[in-house]
Design a protein around this ligand. Structure first.
Ligand SMILES: [Zn+2]
Length: 316
């Protein structure tokens, strides 16, 4: 496509998004984000910021005249700001064809929907150049949802206020964003609203046999020791194995009914976070889930000394 044809095509995309009532902002061709936008601390107080600092989100518009003027200049990609547009975009990293153990946010999301008993209705959906999938939902009235990263499930982000998503037709060096399902955005299901705003880890797994709110001294010691082992594993050297072992061991205690699954998960995630390796956090959290589940399915046999104090004689 010639540059002019591409410019005209992207202008049409911007106008179409705006026609849906979605606020758009231009992105440098080939990029995901305006490279030159400044932070509030560095605001020059000129141009768009002449009467106070503004953000791309605050400048995003549905005004067709502004859009026609801006997109006349060059083939800008089209960022949609979901918060301002009454949308919430669920962003799944998807395993690439041929990858055996890459991220699969879509599978995680489907599993979470199953655990929660919630629907995952078909809605307006786009695909990304890296084979990811964006599900565009309408935000229920009265909800104000922030963007999240890996919060509702591994490899699943959400784009609400403070976030943006590129419209189909936008182009990167490695490919284009494409429309995958043109169903008009349906309301975001209640369970996804809930998952987005929850502070605690979201799993409400049916595998837990006993919900123990506070671990007893035995379980607490195990949690402390296992998580210390994980946290103190040197960079890259055996971290995966250490994490997998610790999560399995704690899962066995969860399965035995002496440890709460959410507490185990929170402590293991904290140990992973202490590594400070943001790039692998999604993968590490996935290891926690897999190994925790495996441990839960193979509960540790706890002697009565541990499960009921004062009846140690039964241990024989
Ligand atoms: Zn500014």
């Amino acid at each position: 496509m010639t540059s002019e044809a591409q410019r005209a095509a992207l202008e049409a995309v911007a106008l179409e998004m705006a026609g849906r009532g979605w606020a758009v902002f231009p992105i440098q061709p080939g990029r995901k984000w305006p490279p030159a936008w400044h932070r509030k601390e560095n605001c020059p107080g000129r141009g768009p910021c002449a009467t106070g600092h503004v953000t791309p989100e605050s400048l995003a518009t549905t005004d067709p005249e502004v859009i026609a003027r801006v997109w006349a200049r060059m083939p800008y990609n089209v960022a949609v700001f979901p918060g301002k547009s009454g949308l919430h975009v669920v962003d799944c990293d998807v395993r690439k064809p041929g990858e055996l153990d890459g991220p699969d946010g879509w599978a995680e999301l489907v599993e979470l929907a199953g655990r929660r008993g919630g629907p995952l209705p078909e809605t307006w959906t786009t695909t990304t150049p890296s084979a990811g999938r964006h599900l565009w939902y309408a935000v229920p009235p009265g909800c104000r949802l922030a963007s999240t990263v890996g919060h509702i499930a591994a490899h699943v982000d959400t784009r609400g206020w403070g976030g943006y998503a590129l419209a189909p037709g936008s182009v990167r060096d490695d490919g284009a964003y494409e429309l995958f399902d043109d169903t008009d955005p349906v309301p975001l299901p209640g369970w996804l609203v809930q998952a987005n705003v929850e502070r605690a880890p979201t799993a409400t797994s049916g595998r837990v046999r006993t919900a123990v709110a506070v671990p007893d001294a035995f379980a607490a010691k195990a949690v402390r020791e296992e998580c210390e082992k994980v946290a103190s594993t040197p960079y890259k050297q055996g971290r995966n194995k250490a994490l997998s072992r610790a999560a399995y061991a704690l899962g066995q205690l969860v399965g035995a009914g002496v440890l709460n699954e959410d507490i185990a998960r929170i402590k293991l995630r904290a140990a992973v976070n202490s590594w400070g390796d943001a790039a692998s956090i999604g993968k590490d959290y996935a290891v926690i889930e897999t190994s925790l589940a495996a441990g839960i399915d193979n509960p540790r046999r706890i002697t009565p000394r541990h499960s009921r104090r004062g009846t140690g004689k039964e241990a024989a």
